[in-house]
Ligand binder design. Structure first.
Ligand code: CP
Ligand code: NVA
Length: 309
């Protein structure tokens, strides 16, 4: 595993499978109230240039549960928001803390930060990728369906950071992934190429379509995300018009496996990307998925710091 976790590309197939196993162990220990404090003395710096509910809470509470601590740094409060450079921020913050998570806009900003940080850096969402979310999602699928292989996963909606992250996961792990987006909201081209390249070795089955029914047909997992991501507020109307036929609703899920699970990274907008009767149905695993962020991220932190044994 690389020094940082900026993308799933920093992980090999075995690393991802190991992190999923480790997340399960951490979950059991926390649920059983075991005296398990492998992060004693460790402080996580959390830099947010965008809003967050789950990411902040899961990182912060997770650190505290395993004996460590976390410092929340919003760009509204720190000098980064007033023009201090990303390089200087990285140099300085990494002198105070042991590991850092960053949520920002352009992925290049995260890469730049990581290059100037003397401690490991974790991607807590960029415009391009959200690896912590997809790790928690993979862990959730394993928990719910018992396996990751031979399961059709359908991603329906905007070709955003979640869709890109799913493509990487599929390419590395050899998953069966079908992505349906409108042509004008398609996934990132270089990530798609990378995923296809990876699939030669991993035997992933990746399908890209603009037909949501084709993607969802016989799927065991249906995944969607917001139609306008953070930072895309000005494109909201245009994207909503394009994405309307991609709503996950009763009509669409008729095509899926009858025992399908519904997933969403959240926050959700009922009546937009998903109808309430789907996200609030017994098929939905979104609350477990949100909780699992804690365990998946703790697995990443323990591994990066060599405290996983
Ligand atoms: N899924 C997710 O990252 O949620 P937040 O934006 O609330 O952190
Ligand atoms: N695609 C969404 C994910 C939020 C967790 C966004 O970037 O806003």
């Amino acid at each position: 595993m690389a020094k940082h976790c900026l993308s799933l590309m920093d992980l090999k197939r075995d690393d991802i499978l190991y992190l999923i196993e480790l997340a399960g162990k951490i979950k059991r220990k926390i649920k059983n109230n075991e005296d398990y404090k492998p992060l004693k003395g460790i402080i996580l710096g959390m830099i947010f240039e965008k809003s967050s509910t789950r990411t902040r809470l899961s990182f912060e509470t997770g650190m505290k549960r395993l004996g460590g601590d976390a410092v929340f740094l919003s760009n509204r409060d720190i000098q980064l928001g007033r023009g201090e450079t990303i390089e200087d921020t990285a140099r300085v913050v990494s002198r105070y803390v042991d590991i850092i998570m960053v949520r920002t806009f352009e992925h290049a900003r995260l890469d730049l930060f990581a290059r100037h940080s003397s401690v490991p850096v974790i991607n807590a969402l960029t415009d391009l990728l959200h690896p912590c979310q997809v790790l928690a999602d993979l862990f959730t699928i394993k928990e719910k369906l018992g396996k990751l292989d031979n399961i059709k996963i359908a991603y329906v909606g905007d070709g955003n950071n979640m869709a890109n992250s799913w493509l990487m996961a599929a390419g590395i792990l050899g998953l069966n992934l079908s992505v349906a987006t409108p042509k004008d909201c398609s996934v990132n081209g270089s990530i798609l190429n990378e995923a296809f390249k990876l699939s030669k070795e991993s035997k992933a089955r990746i399908t890209i379509t603009d037909n949501p029914v084709e993607a969802v047909k016989k799927a065991k997992v249906i995944y969607t995300d917001v139609w306008a991501s953070m930072g895309e507020e000005s494109q909201k109307e245009k994207k909503h018009a394009l994405l309307k036929p991609y709503q996950v609703n009763r009509e669409l899920v008729e095509y899926a496996d009858k025992d399908f699970i519904f997933m969403h990274c959240l926050p959700a907008h009922r009546g937009e990307e998903v109808e309430a009767e789907i996200i609030d149905s017994e098929h939905s695993v979104v609350w477990d998925e949100a909780e699992n962020r804690t365990y998946a991220q703790l697995a990443v932190i323990l591994k990066l710091l060599g405290r996983d044994k």
